[in-house]
Design a protein around this ligand. Structure first.
Ligand code: FES
Length: 208
């Protein structure tokens, strides 16, 4: 497991601490098995019979603003982030939008119900497949530029905003994919299930 930086007062240190706390507190139900996959870049994937379940249910009750839970679905890392009202304002900032390659999500990287400025069902909750659209590394949540936090892929420097929208002038060509998902209760997300009346699958994503 990755060491926690000694500077426990820095924003990044706090984020890491929040992440650790959530990994302990959160529950992901996969056919009765509780699962989290911490530090996605450093651990092996979980057993296939768990990671390839058609649906997984994630309890986001412990998630506070600015925090993220990472789980595994279909052998893919899934990021679930709770964005603050300030972050949501920044996602609509014209100064940010001009920096993005596909700010209106015109490419088919998400289902129709997430084709909006927040790329999600509920504006405050973002759900993304955590795979860089360049060559498939796993981006991490970092302190960003003046516009706030970002997802950053250390492999070749691609950066995405908190809606998973890719910045211009980086190698990744597309926004982070959004998986099919639905809220089956106010705080329970079912990854792999679309809301009633919608049909969307991984095969519909332009680049995964
Ligand atoms: S794999 Fe992410 S920038 Fe290359």
């Amino acid at each position: 497991m990755t060491d926690i930086p000694s500077d426990n007062t820095s924003p990044e240190s706090k984020n890491r601490r929040d992440f650790l706390t959530l990994l302990t507190a959160s529950t992901v139900t996969v056919g009765g098995v509780a699962l989290v996959w911490p530090f996605l870049n450093s651990l092996s994937p979980p057993a296939k019979n768990v990671a390839t379940q058609r649906f997984i249910d994630v309890d986001i009750s412990p998630l506070a603003e600015g925090q993220q839970i990472s789980v595994v679905w279909q052998n893919k890392p899934i990021f679930i982030i709770k964005r603050s009202s300030d972050a949501l304002k920044k996602l609509q900032d014209p100064d940010l939008l001009i920096l993005l390659r596909d700010p209106e999500s015109k490419e088919h990287q998400q289902p129709a119900y997430a084709t909006n400025w927040h790329r999600s069902i509920k504006p405050e909750i973002g759900v993304f497949i955590g795979i860089c659209t360049h060559l498939g590394c796993v981006p991490i949540l970092t302190a960003g530029n003046i516009l706030g936090k970002n997802y950053h892929c250390a492999c070749h420097g691609s950066t995405f905003d908190l809606s998973g929208r890719v910045y211009q002038s980086v190698p990744a060509p597309y926004n982070l994919p959004v998986p099919p998902y639905d809220f089956i209760k106010p705080n329970i997300i079912r990854i792999g299930k679309n809301p009633d009346g919608h049909s969307f699958g991984l095969e519909d994503i332009t680049q995964l």
